[in-house]
Design a protein around this ligand. Structure first.
Ligand SMILES: [Zn+2]
Length: 317
């Protein structure tokens, strides 16, 4: 079976160029999509890592049959279309990862989508809700712990209970509030996405990220970083996949993995139904058993092949 990892980064999360090739060889992955991350004005410099197209092209030139280069220049660059055309001529086959604080309805995104329509390129994007990030200098054990507890540990639940405690007692309130910084979210929101899906039927959109995957269920708990438990009522994400032929999703990252792990009966139906629209990928989370979670659904062979590689192949011919 042909396997394509449709969401990888080089020089990120423990993978240098050699690490990427070793990982692919040991997992029998024939090809991978390598994605950039470029933000001219990241919301928080500390949380941003510039992943360049140059690093990707270097590896692509060594292994042109195994690396599929993707590039997402910052949408605010006025020469966006000519940059993409230039890199297209160098081998770039898609736009990604679009992980920026823009919103779908922004004019800059319209410019991006016009360009992609012209070049017939798909786009891989990361959706994440806005929130307040707690900033503290991590210079001792206590601050280190606070940083973790208030920024996502225990799947968001420690933040929930600490906030409740602070609001009730007033203890620590001023310091807490002075350290909160607004994060506008990435590529929001789902209504804006739907507008663009309808406006650009010829552009293939490949979704990813917690704000997409948490909406598999209707009204998810806003405190949870990653949704969990049985899915009782289908959410907006499922409806969008049902209604728009040009919407796809990659299952990469913690958000994709836990979305498929949380409710095996739902996952079985979900993978069967959307086998033409889902793409295997890891986002460098190579320790999570993605393939195992997919295989647990016992899909017919042709559907498994589509998810593991054929859909990616079809999107980037
Ligand atoms: Zn990524």
């Amino acid at each position: 079976m042909k396997k394509i990892d449709s969401h990888l980064h080089v020089n990120f999360y423990g993978f240098d160029a050699e690490g990427i090739m070793n990982y692919m060889d040991s997992e029998n992955i024939e090809k991978c999509w390598l994605l950039t991350w470029e933000e001219k004005h990241p919301a928080f410099k500390d949380l941003y890592e510039n992943l360049t197209i140059e690093d990707i092209l270097k590896l692509y030139q060594k292994h042109p049959d195994r690396i599929v280069p993707f590039y997402a220049p910052d949408p605010g660059r006025p020469d966006w279309k000519s940059i993409m055309k230039y890199y297209h001529s160098k081998g770039v086959e898609g736009c990604g990862e679009l992980k920026v604080t823009y919103k779908w309805l922004d004019n800059e995104i319209e410019n991006v989508l016009d360009g992609l329509q012209e070049l017939r390129m798909p786009v891989v994007f990361h959706m994440e809700e806005s929130n307040y990030h707690f900033f503290i200098k991590r210079n001792n054990l206590f601050n280190n712990l606070l940083d973790k507890l208030l920024n996502g540990a225990f799947n968001g639940l420690s933040r929930k209970y600490i906030e409740k405690f602070i609001n009730k007692t007033g203890f620590f309130k001023k310091t807490f509030q002075s350290r909160l910084h607004y994060f506008p979210g990435y590529m929001m929101d789902l209504a804006g996405l739907e507008y663009r899906l309808r406006q650009y039927p010829d552009v293939n959109f490949i979704a990813h990220g917690p704000a997409f995957w948490n909406q598999l269920e209707k009204n998810p708990d806003p405190y949870l970083t990653l949704g969990k438990g049985k899915i009782k009522k289908k959410g907006i994400t499922v409806s969008l996949l049902e209604n728009y032929d040009n919407l796809y999703a990659d299952i990469s990252g913690k958000s994709g993995f836990y979305a498929l792990k949380r409710d095996p009966a739902f996952t079985k139906k979900f993978l069967n139904k959307f086998c033409e629209k889902l793409l295997f990928g890891t986002d460098n989370e190579y320790k999570l058993p993605f393939e195992e979670v997919i295989r647990r659904a016992r899909l017919p062979g042709n559907k498994l092949k589509q998810i593991m590689g054929e859909n990616a192949e079809m999107l980037c011919k």
